[in-house]
Design a protein around this ligand. Structure first.
Ligand SMILES: N[C@@H](CCC(=O)N[C@@H](CS)C(=O)NCC(=O)O)C(=O)O
Length: 232
């Protein structure tokens, strides 16, 4: 069955799916769209008008975590643990991963310093919980890459881009295991291959377009005059 992922270059949720496709070595096509001007065929196919969608022959699957579950059920190189309780717990942490991604997105949109700092504190609250769940191991469940890892890697990648202009975001003392985990995820070949090569500059362009507080840390000379705020 032919697989096609409909993508937007800067989307972390698309990357979750592409990491799994890479890890399982599943052949696929990617079609990029512009979310600021989504094509009609995409709006007809995507009930939430969001990417990613996965087109499987004549069928469409939407929502990144659901797409990943479909890939997990259908293809080898299993990423979920076998036991029902561990699998359920992995799904719970995937859910929390969506809160981490949304909070990371908010860091790029919030307009003032206080809101930005309170979003970092919210992230720290999530990190406190994750820290308790992590093992002293390269990945979430041990040595094997899991769907939990595929979920968090794109968020850590964006936090890393933010850190490169803003400075440290993690609490190195409270979040030792997370810092180690995110290093392992950032080194993953599957993460590198899950985005376009110029993701970092696309991401900084987006920060500039969004004109949130974080855009003050970009080099203004590179981006020209400040524009009207946009969410894309
Ligand atoms: N819960 C969705 C989130 C996907 C999502 O928010 N995608 C963004 C791009 S990164 C999008 O398509 N936004 C378009 C819109 O909200 O209109 C998933 O996990 O697939």
């Amino acid at each position: 069955m032919k697989l096609k992922v409909v993508s937007y270059k800067a989307c972390p949720f698309v990357q979750r799916v592409l990491i799994v496709l890479q890890h399982k070595k599943i052949e696929h096509e990617i079609e990029y769209i512009d979310l600021a001007e989504p094509p009609g065929w995409f709006l007809d196919m995507s009930p939430l008008k969001k990417v990613p969608i996965l087109i499987v022959g004549e069928d469409v699957v939407f929502e990144s975590s659901v797409i990943n579950e479909y890939l997990e059920e259908t293809y080898d190189n299993k990423m979920h643990p076998e036991s029902a309780i561990l699998k359920a717990q992995n799904r719970s942490w995937i859910e929390l991963g969506s809160n981490v991604s949304m909070c990371t997105l908010r860091l790029t949109l919030l307009q003032n310093k206080d809101e930005f700092l309170s979003a970092i504190l919210e992230l720290h609250d999530y990190f406190d919980q994750i820290e308790k769940a992590l093992l002293s191991a390269p990945f979430f469940n041990g040595n094997q890459l899991s769907l939990v890892d595929a979920t968090y890697a794109p968020a850590f990648q964006r936090l890393d881009f933010i850190e490169q202009i803003y400075g440290s975001i993690y609490d190195q003392k409270r979040h030792k295991r997370i810092v180690n985990w995110k290093k392992n995820l950032l080194d993953l070949e599957a993460l590198k291959k899950s985005s376009v090569p110029d993701l970092k500059s696309i991401y900084y362009e987006l920060l500039w377009t969004r004109q949130g507080y974080i855009s003050n840390f970009l080099d203004e000379r590179k981006y020209g005059s400040r524009k009207e705020q946009s969410t894309y």
